[in-house]
Design a protein around this ligand. Structure first.
Ligand code: HEC
Length: 446
């Protein structure tokens, strides 16, 4: 697949007036209401084939098979899934993909742990327990999930106890029994709060900012509900204070989630250098974030690969220019924003042009030996270099046969918005240029 032209894409993105989703709604834990055939907001999905993202019905950018996205909204039967796409300045736009091009990425232990703790934060205790129980089936997160689950269970149960004792009318006639039961229930609740606070601190220390935040905030909310539920002159409880900087953690949790989404989409357009800067930022907010760590090793591998291509291009530059150009092209497909490759493309642009879209001049005409007129060839070239590189670089002419070029042009025609006459002109030019590029003397690059 093509790396999209970086500049174009971001300009594109900035120019688009978004039907903007609040970043927070994007990050909120998805309500567990995914229908059998649909995806829920926040779900992680991936492409089962290569596809083109659409924005307001127009092709927006290409993405390879296997690319992952976060679902923003899906109404089954409408044919498309809306995906959250974060722009550089933090705005979120929704782009679409056909619904049959996507499959759900099965959640792993981490996803369940995160969703389970977020459900607790939102005081959805049953969801929380169910999700954490799922998380504890994953060997990697078993211990963590089980201990979060135990703390949350203790909290929820003891909170119910306190409220039940406080509200028990029968006990009002037996003040001693009431006082005793109340003391027991309250102590159990306060102990549970202390334990949950400590759990949150432990998570924080281990670098799981998002889970730490959700556990502490959930504890805070539950405590407030217990206090609010106490009737009349029931003594106020002294809730143990938080052990984590919750405000700061809230920011970090949001930043980490954003880093994950942004990194995914930078990888989708092969902007690996940009992706690695999101990873770095994200890991500052949440040092143990598993998605970021997984993407980090992938991104590093791709960058190393592109650097190898760069080195190959450099070493071939003098003795085998076509080879160098090929390495350059491959390198940019692996990593579209590697500065060394971009600089080399600039330096080799003349030679590159001879291999992708040679100018129609006397030398061209004498090599091509075509019956097409020079005027038609020139028109074809102009169309080709203006309409066919809006979304991606021009490919090497020798990358495919003239007949394969013909079918590429016809399959790209709707994207380039060209009619049959224009298609024919481009094909005539490409057919002649194919001969010229094949015969082009191996010119010295500098
Ligand atoms: C509006 C954007 C857009 C325009 C304009 C456009 N393309 Fe593409 N092109 C894409 C996308 C997206 C892909 C990759 C996904 C696909 O193949 O569907 C692609 C892929 C290709 C490929 C590679 C196919 C492969 O399988 O490797 C070729 C060759 C190509 N385009 C040629 C052209 C030609 C020739 C034109 C002009 C007639 C053109 N493109 C115009 C978006 C565009």
């Amino acid at each position: 697949m093509f790396s999209c032209k970086s500049g174009i894409i971001w300009e594109f993105v900035f120019a688009l007036l978004a039907f903007v989703a609040s970043p927070l709604s994007l990050l909120a834990a998805p309500a567990a209401k995914q229908s059998a055939s649909g995806f829920g907001g926040g779900d992680l999905v991936r492409l089962v084939r290569k596809e083109t993202l659409q924005f307001k019905g127009e092709p927006f950018l290409a993405a390879p098979k296997g690319q992952e996205f976060s679902v923003f909204k899906h109404e089954p039967g409408k044919g498309v899934v809306f995906l959250a796409f974060v722009q550089k300045e933090g705005e979120v736009i929704a782009v679409t993909l056909p619904e049959d091009s996507l499959e759900l990425v099965p959640p792993d232990g981490w996803a369940f742990l995160l969703k389970g703790s977020q459900a607790f934060r939102e005081q959805r205790f049953d969801d929380s327990k169910r999700l954490l129980a799922r998380a504890s089936q994953d060997a990697l997160y078993k211990d963590l999930a089980a201990s979060v689950l135990a703390r949350i269970d203790a909290l929820a149960n003891s909170a119910v106890q306190v409220l039940q004792v406080d509200g028990d009318q029968a006990l009002k006639n037996a003040p001693e029994v009431f006082a005793r039961r109340q003391a027991v229930a309250q102590k159990a609740f306060l102990d549970a709060v202390t334990n949950a606070r400590e759990m949150s601190f432990a998570l924080y220390s281990r670098g799981f900012s998002s889970v730490a935040f959700a556990v502490d905030e959930g504890t805070e909310r539950l405590s407030a509900r217990v206090l609010a539920g106490k009737q009349g002159d029931a003594p106020k409880l002294e809730i143990p204070p938080a052990k984590v900087p919750r405000e700061e953690l809230s920011t970090k949790a949001r930043q980490a989630a954003f880093a994950v989404v942004r990194c995914r989409q930078a990888m989708a357009v092969r902007r690996m250098v940009e992706a690695s800067s999101y990873i770095e930022e994200g890991l500052k907010s949440e040092p143990a974030r598993p998605e970021l760590k997984a993407m980090q090793s992938k991104v590093q591998e791709e960058i190393r690969d592109a650097e190898d291509r760069y080195n190959a291009a450099q070493s071939n530059r003098k003795r085998n220019l076509p080879q160098a150009l090929l390495a350059l092209e491959r390198g940019l497909k692996t990593c579209a924003d590697l500065p060394s490759l971009l600089k080399l493309r600039e330096e080799l642009s003349g030679a590159l042009e001879e291999k992708t879209a040679p100018a129609v001049n006397p030398a061209f005409l004498s090599v091509a030996k075509t019956s097409t007129s020079a005027v038609a060839l020139e028109q074809g070239r102009t169309l080709y270099v203006s309409r066919c590189n809006q979304c991606h670089d021009l490919e090497m002419l020798e990358s495919r046969s003239p007949s394969a070029w013909k079918s590429e042009v016809s399959s790209m025609a709707w994207r380039a918005k060209i009619d049959d006459t224009q298609q024919a002109l481009i094909v005539q030019y490409l057919t002649a240029a194919h001969v010229v590029a094949g015969e082009a003397p191996v010119r010295k690059a500098d």
